[in-house]
Design a protein around this ligand. Structure first.
Ligand SMILES: [Zn+2]
Length: 85
């Protein structure tokens, strides 16, 4: 699901407040680089939920993906916590 322009603006502001502009305060847990580039996709991902031994198709989690520009390690941030949904 592609974020609207308003959602993208809200997501970038939210991430900047917590991770620094462009993630520059972040250290990648995978490659250990600090101060590298982090990319934020303009699409949210939808994660299905597993309940009682099966996929619950009535519920899902939406998340924003932030990817380390050095190694591709991905971080997910809940869209509801970010105020996007
Ligand atoms: Zn990395």
């Amino acid at each position: 699901m592609t974020m609207t322009a308003e959602q993208q603006k809200t997501a970038m502001r939210w991430l900047s407040e917590r991770c620094g502009r462009d993630g520059r305060q972040m250290t990648c847990a995978a490659c250990g680089r600090t101060g590298g580039r982090w990319d934020v996709d303009d699409k949210m991902v939808c994660l299905p939920l597993w309940s009682k031994g099966r996929m619950d198709i009535t519920r899902a989690l939406l998340a924003v993906v932030m990817t380390c520009g050095e190694c591709g390690h991905m971080l997910l941030f809940g869209a509801d916590n970010m105020g996007l949904v």
